[in-house]
Design a protein around this ligand. Structure first.
Ligand code: NAG
Ligand code: NAG
Ligand code: NAG
Length: 258
């Protein structure tokens, strides 16, 4: 991890470190929101509650093997006659394997880029020229939550999914320990937003999440998350929320005008 962060630092310090960069690309859409809900991140029906159903499949470079799951982006189409300057905000729930566009978004999200009354004209574009930037995910009065996956089996196997991940950062590692114990066990990313371990500590469980913050890594500590009798299918409040921003490099930085 240290080597990786040092390399990241070298790469970023050769350009300008920014809170946000604006990227130029294209976006396509699914006529139904369902494929994105059942997407590679594994949110299933819970996805439809993220950013009001404005969901996106992101290319591999943004999906990052699942670390990009739950990331938020602001996307606007570049035709000012059809599209508003504020565009739409989406949450990543799936991997886009089509390398012609950086995003395939839900129909709900695609229409949300339109100026008033222009929904149908925007849909007719099919593939739109867009610009986009990563933005912080904001969940009002909602902490980071942990869903115990159906495949879990107390006390032998624990798989959890992160929900409502705030901030503008990626979770790059996760550890679990019994509440009050210093013996942290690493968990690994199973797929998408799901992390698992078959070395499950007994008792009530705490977690710590490594996120990228600024140019560096930082642990977020959730001191008491799962009760000893944690159950599959349940969602537990982590008691914490993430507000950090990971820097990316571009020149000039986005000035925040849209
Ligand atoms: C999703 O949103 C609906 C409508 O706001 C709400 O009734 C439902 O409880 C939410 N589901 C979850 C899992 O948060
Ligand atoms: C989209 O995100 C931007 C940047 O965080 C924010 O200023 C704007 O209010 C959001 N738009 C909506 C419709 O939530
Ligand atoms: C995009 O995908 C197609 C088909 O999978 C492939 O032939 C092509 O080389 C790819 N292009 C780039 C730029 O990766």
């Amino acid at each position: 991890m240290a080597h990786f962060l040092w390399l990241l630092f070298l790469l970023i310090s050769s350009a300008t470190a920014c809170d946000r960069c604006v990227h130029q690309s294209k976006a396509d859409f699914f006529s139904s929101d369902a494929p994105l809900a059942s997407g590679a991140c594994g949110y299933a029906s819970l996805a439809l509650n993220l950013t009001g159903g404005r969901l996106a499949a992101a290319v591999a470079s943004l999906y990052k093997g699942g670390a990009g799951c739950g990331a938020c982006f602001q996307i606007r189409c570049k035709d000012p006659k059809l599209c508003s300057s504020s565009g739409t905000n989406v949450t990543v729930t799936d991997l886009n394997l089509n390398n012609q566009t950086d995003f395939v978004v839900s129909g709900t999200a695609f229409k949300a880029m339109a100026n008033q009354g222009m929904d149908q004209d925007v849909l007719k574009l099919g593939i739109a020229d867009v610009e986009y930037k990563r933005i912080p995910c904001v969940y009002q009065n909602q902490n980071l939550a942990v869903r115990v996956e159906d495949s879990s089996n107390n006390p032998n196997y624990l798989a959890i999914k992160l929900l409502y991940q705030g901030g503008q950062t990626d979770v790059t590692a996760m550890d679990v320990a019994q509440v009050g114990s210093p013996n942290w066990n690493p968990m690994s990313r199973n797929y998408g937003a799901v992390w698992d371990t078959s070395k499950v500590p007994t008792g009530a469980l705490q977690f710590r999440f490594m996120v990228t913050s600024g140019l560096d890594g930082k642990w977020i500590w959730a001191q008491n998350v799962l009760p000893a009798d944690w159950k599959s299918g349940q969602i537990y409040d982590s008691g914490v929320q993430i507000t950090d921003i990971a820097q990316e490099s571009c020149s000039p930085c986005d000035d925040g005008n849209w």
